[in-house]
Design a protein around this ligand. Structure first.
Ligand SMILES: Nc1ncnc2c1ncn2[C@@H]1O[C@H](COP(=O)(O)OP(=O)(O)OP(=O)(O)O)[C@@H](O)[C@H]1O
Ligand SMILES: [Mg+2]
Length: 250
């Protein structure tokens, strides 16, 4: 555990969001959202296009200003920290659309991930991400932009892991990938969680998200309308009808 995180409350959840409101111009994208992610959990935030999933993740890392509410990361108010200090606090975001550096090699992309954590743990983290994604190990000298979509997603996750996070925020890791690669990425997410890293997973692939997560929150136009154990939501007729494509009448 990083010293900064250890210094925060040791019993607080990894993430607590209370009554979050985010407004773009006049549009309320997030309307009083509350959620909690316990240490070591995989929690998924699911919802349709435009529901406010990305906005929620961005406000957790300070990329969009929150209008109201509180966000606590490992017990500490996130607003007290500008975005760049979140690395030291143990949080990393893998953004929607991956945002890797196409003209830099895989190795350089990974090194950038640990730019703010030039500690002795760096080589061990490098070894661990290569073990997790052996395909990246075979392509270290290749430019990021020449990787396949699935490999780019692996690189984006690996780069985030290079900062040594204890809370990993993933925005639509399955987007645009073939089913076989999606499976692989989700297996990696489960492996990452098994190493003790807490995960908040935003997904439109509801079926897979509910198979992977411990708990889930369902977001509709900026509000949580349903939450609970992923295993229970999988069988919920409202979820099955609205998100799993099953013809269930409620
Ligand atoms: N920079 C912005 N300026 C204005 N409105 C925005 C901005 N970013 C997002 N929005 C609006 O906020 C709402 C929530 O968007 P957000 O990107 O959080 O949704 P999402 O759940 O991530 O959707 P998707 O599944 O398509 O990624 C949408 O109505 C969107 O149009
Ligand atoms: Mg989004």
């Amino acid at each position: 555990m990083s010293s900064a995180v250890a210094a925060a409350s040791s019993t607080a959840p990894a993430l607590e969001v209370r009554d979050l409101e985010v407004t773009y111009g006049g549009i309320r994208a997030v309307k009083g959202l509350s959620l909690e992610v316990g240490r070591g959990e995989i929690v998924t935030l699911i919802g349709a296009n435009g529901a406010g999933k990305t906005t929620t993740l961005k406000s957790i890392v300070g990329l969009v200003p929150q209008r109201k509410g509180t966000i606590r990361i490992f017990g500490k108010d996130a607003r007290a920290d500008p975005t760049h200090d979140l690395v030291a606090r143990g949080v990393a975001l893998v953004p929607e659309g991956r945002a890797i550096f196409g003209a830099m090699t895989v190795r350089e992309n990974l090194e950038l991930g640990s730019f703010r954590r030039r500690d002795e743990g760096r080589e061990a983290r490098f070894a661990r991400v290569i073990e997790l994604f052996p395909r990246l190990g075979e392509r270290l000298a290749q430019d990021g932009g020449t990787l396949s979509g699935g490999e780019q997603q692996m690189l984006a996750i690996a780069r985030a892991l290079m900062s040594g996070p204890e809370l990993l925020l993933l925005d639509e890791p399955s987007l645009g990938l073939a089913p076989k690669l999606v499976r692989q990425i989700f297996d990696s997410i489960i492996e990452i969680a098994a190493t003790g890293i807490t995960i908040l997973l935003v997904e439109q692939n509801t079926r897979l998200a509910l198979e992977t997560a411990n708990r889930a929150y369902v977001l509709v136009t900026g509000e949580v309308v349903l939450s609970g154990l992923a295993s229970e939501l999988r069988d919920d007729p409202r979820i099955r009808a609205a998100y799993l494509g099953d013809d269930v009448r409620v």
